[in-house]
Write a protein that binds this ligand. Structure first.
Ligand code: HMN
Length: 294
């Protein structure tokens, strides 16, 4: 499980000027991340806009990333989709091309019963021999994962952990306790990385890591060395930066604009996520400089 513990970047997707997947750009960004010291990449999740892409596009993004860094980083393929059929197709593909694990939110759009979500996840799990990581993000899916369903899922060897984007660290701690010591819990809200870690998370998966991996690595390093004061200092710096990032028309748009300033073109976020306006550029530049100064 060591391969899944630590800082895992939720990768933004790379698009060209027409908004199509740009495999070369995705490889370049993945290559860059491999040099930072992070553990892995989470492909096609919320930050990766998997839900806004066709099945074919999602496959292209994953293939590009694995071709570039599949031997160096842990690659988790998010295969959640509105239909079980698409999720299974993506999971089978992920295994075929060499992903190290698959992960999925509950099927979205319909209000689903726990039985329905369980069957959805089970179909994905049964379709590959890969480890599976539950993705719990109730604020977007509307699905409240109960402790009893978590325990039921975690009883299977293939279900190695859960990524919790819910804001409650109480829930995180409860899931960790319910899953047991060899069950991974990965922190979702980047603002709470240190809080999550100190209450049981084994690491985290986050989108803003992508514009400041070094800062999250500092939190992790200080925490690992037992230097809580220093870890807190870096988390507080990160949080001030996240407040700024959240002040733009879209968080992903702001992060993509910052990557662009650093020479990594990932295009605009996909509608309905709003792009950054020309009038935001100065503010983006100032924020980028602030991050680079640390
Ligand atoms: C993903 O699946 O892309 C992310 O890992 C999800 C992650 O929890 C992010 N949540 C969302 O984007 C909804 C966070 O990194 C989030 O962007 C950050 O905490 C800023 O609020």
């Amino acid at each position: 499980l060591e391969a899944f513990k630590g800082i895992i970047i939720a990768l933004y997707s790379s698009y060209d000027a027409e908004g199509n997947i740009d495999k070369e750009a995705a490889r370049k960004l993945a290559r860059h991340y491999a040099s930072t010291g992070v553990k892995g990449l989470y492909v096609g999740g919320s930050s990766g806009e998997g839900m806004l892409q066709s099945v074919e596009e999602r496959k292209q993004m994953l293939e590009a990333v694995i071709a570039e860094v599949g031997d160096e980083l842990t690659i988790i393929a998010h295969v959640g989709a509105p239909s079980t059929r698409d999720s299974v197709e993506l999971a089978v593909h992920a295994e075929l091309v060499g992903a190290h694990a698959v992960s999925a939110v509950p099927a979205i759009y319909y209000r689903l019963s726990p039985d329905s979500v369980e069957s959805h996840w089970q179909a994905i799990i049964d379709s590959t021999s890969l480890p599976f990581i539950i993705y719990h993000i109730p604020q977007t899916t509307g699905f409240q994962l109960s402790k009893s369903l978590l325990v039921k899922m975690a009883a299977q060897d293939k279900v190695i952990g859960v990524k919790i984007s819910a804001e409650s660290t109480f829930e995180l701690q409860q899931f960790k306790a319910a899953g047991g010591n060899d069950f991974l819990v990965l922190n979702g809200p980047d603002e709470q990385y240190l809080a999550g870690r100190s209450i049981g998370a084994d690491g985290g998966i986050g989108g803003t890591y992508g514009v400041m991996p070094e800062l999250f690595l500092k939190v992790e390093q200080c925490y690992g060395q037992g230097d809580m004061a220093e870890a807190q200092k870096w988390q507080f710096i990160i949080n001030d930066l996240i407040v700024e990032l959240l002040s733009f028309p879209s968080l992903y748009g702001a992060c993509k604009a910052i990557l662009s300033l650093r020479g990594f073109e990932t295009g605009q976020p996909r509608m309905p996520l709003l792009p950054i306006e020309a009038s935001d550029q100065d503010r983006v530049k100032a924020l980028n400089n602030r991050i680079l100064d640390y």
